[in-house]
Design a protein around this ligand. Sequence first.
Ligand code: C2E
Ligand code: CA
Ligand code: CA
Length: 791
Amino acid sequence: MLPVIESVLHDHDLRIVLLAAVICVFGTVSTLNVSSRAAGTRRPLLWLLLVSICAGSTVWATHFIAMLAYMKSMPMTYAPGLTALSFVTGVAVMGFGFGLAIRGSRSQWSRALGGGILGLGVVCLHYLGMAALRLPGHLTFAPTLVAASIAFSIGFGVLALFIAFGPARPHARLAGVVLMVLMIVTLHFTAMGAVHIGHGQTYANAGGVSRVVLIAAVAIASLSILLIGMAGALVDQKVSLRLAAEAERFRALADGAFEGLVVHRNGQVVDANAAARRMFSLGDNLASQSIHNWFGGSQVGAYASAQTEGEAAEFTLRRPDGSTFPAEVCRRRMLLTDGTQGELLAIRDLTARKESDARIAHLALHDPLTELPNRRFFMELAHKAVALAHRTGDGFALLALDFDDFKLVNDLHGHLAGDELLRIAAKRITATLRDADVSTRFGGDEFAILQTHAAGPKGTIALVERLLEALQAPVQIGGVEISISVSIGVALYPDDGDTVEDLLRNSDTAMYRAKADGKATCRFFESHMDAALVARRKLEHGLRRAVAEDRLTIAYQPIVDSDCRTPLAFEALVRWTDPELGVVAPRDFIPVAEETGLIVQIGEFVIRRACIDAMTWPEPLRVAVNLSAVQFKRKGLVDTVRLALAESGLPGDRLELEVTETLLMENRDDALRQLNQLKELGVRIAMDDFGTGYSSLSYLQCFPFDKIKIDRAFVMDLPNNTQNASIVRAVAAMGKSLQMRVVAEGVETDLQADMLKGLDCDELQGYLIARPMDPSLIKGFLAGYVEIVLA
Ligand code: C2E
Ligand code: CA
Ligand code: CA
């Protein structure tokens, strides 16, 4: 070492050595800078050439400037051929070394070998440059120092490229620069320390390159270093601008991402996109954030171990305010910009999805209108209850609920009011039940209740009473008070069936029984109900079809003057012959038609048909049409009548409408309003079946009826029943006083006819005069009748 230091200190002009050092450092930085660009460019060979020239120029310039500093006083020249050769060889060998290291940068052997060749290139350049030296004296070399110089050069070369082109690590480039500078400097000065100059013999100045030329050459070399370095810097700037733009684009992309993206190193947050910042209310100081706070103590372990890379797993994450949210987290290792290992977390907030999942699950199992369990859910629960009851021997009850005349609510108040009523009803039902009981809406106004742990009928009766009372209370909808009643049917497990299906069917049967028994009540299932129900269903089905297929007909029964027996009117009586059931009597199907609302269509048909038929009869024969109270509850009855008259051309005073007192028993005001409107059409109104119902005289006084029809029941056992005779007489007298005509129905014998005439009845109707007849027979009947009267 000593000769080397001695040589540097004594043999060199240190100011020029400093210049050499500056050129060396600058050149090395440029070389490595340009070499890093050579990898992955479109023209790698051009870049490699630039690297080689840059490296060659650096070493060469360093060498010759250092040589200028060496024994400044000694007259030295250089052989031009060898000088050029030293440069070219150095450039070629070093270029080869760089090429190998850049191309095979993934393999440490290629990098080491390339580095070794680089060092060798420096050796070639130096010693060929020394060989070009001409000076007055004889040069000898100390072999150990020469060997050391070669070893230094190759050794530092290996290290330099091994690190500079190795995996990205912080300060790798700087280390590469330092090692390359060491490679060049140690070689040069160790080699110079090995030189000993003997005097006299070999100095041959002639034809050598002078100092001035050499300085010019060095200046050119330095300039080329400068230019290449600038080119590298320019490209560097362009590339970093592009990288910055790219990073900006990535940032925008990441910020636009729906997911939270977080980069962390050992749990310490390094970067986070906008979504993640929002998710965890992160401020600017990301570094103070730890992902462990989000995962919560107990989950960190699970987070670290359970999840493999790239696989999503669910966690409950905690926000800084302590609230939590469900999230899906996907993790991926990544190399951070400073070369250290980090991890990217993609965090998806599952709150909305979980909520919509829950909502969908709720929708799938509940009735959207009432929020009660739907049929599917109810059946599931009922099946479970049966299974449990099988095991424990506990009883339970199934209740079928159906609102009475619910359709009327829809018709009168609109569907929205109907829906609102159902919602209120559902709330009332729920409030009546215990927690373990379940209710459902099957659709329309049909509800069912599963009463668990029903200890015999007693508990169920109590529940039914509560239900009837709760549901009967009037409700206010849109400022209108609506009252509605409900019919309930009950089936008990195990007496009335041991499957859910049987129990449902039987509770339904019992419910229909409750309806048939006057509604607003409850019936427990009894086995005989089944048959009656089946028959009723058949009837309803057949009637529906008959109406749809227009198969109903009308028979007409004459009403005659009690004095001279002249026909005054015909009563229209609907007839139905079913292909399966045969002839069905009105007293059997009219109640069904009223219950199902079919009566509206039937009534409309009868009025229109009757008016048309009456137009074919001689004036002033009238037609009498029966109206059901249900028809008054629906809107449009007055219009129907008006239209039937207009269509047929029948004058209003040839139409009689027969109503019963039930019409006036409920909704009297509304009924009276409609009766008055009908009267304004010129139509006559008759009180039918008088004496059967409550027979309240007040009904007769509250509306100016044109006619009273005394019910058949009072006529039937005349003349023997004196009590009936006096009732008929009283009614007839009252009718007279109220200026109403009195008609007796069901007159079958001459005796009855005579007696009724004597009791002051104005008109007679019954089999004695004629049975209800087909309209085609009326003409013949009228002809024959006139003949009889005339005879
Ligand atoms: P109603 O209005 O009292 O009609 C008279 C009923 O008595 C008719 O029975 C008729 O056939 C029967 N009848 C007439 N004369 C005699 C007789 O001398 N002896 C006996 N035993 N019966 C006699 P129908 O046709 O079976 O009608 C029964 C009830 O059905 C009617 O009673 C009426 O309330 C209802 N009805 C019939 N057609 C219609 C209709 O088009 N609309 C409405 N709303 N109800 C109708
Ligand atoms: Ca009648
Ligand atoms: Ca009658």
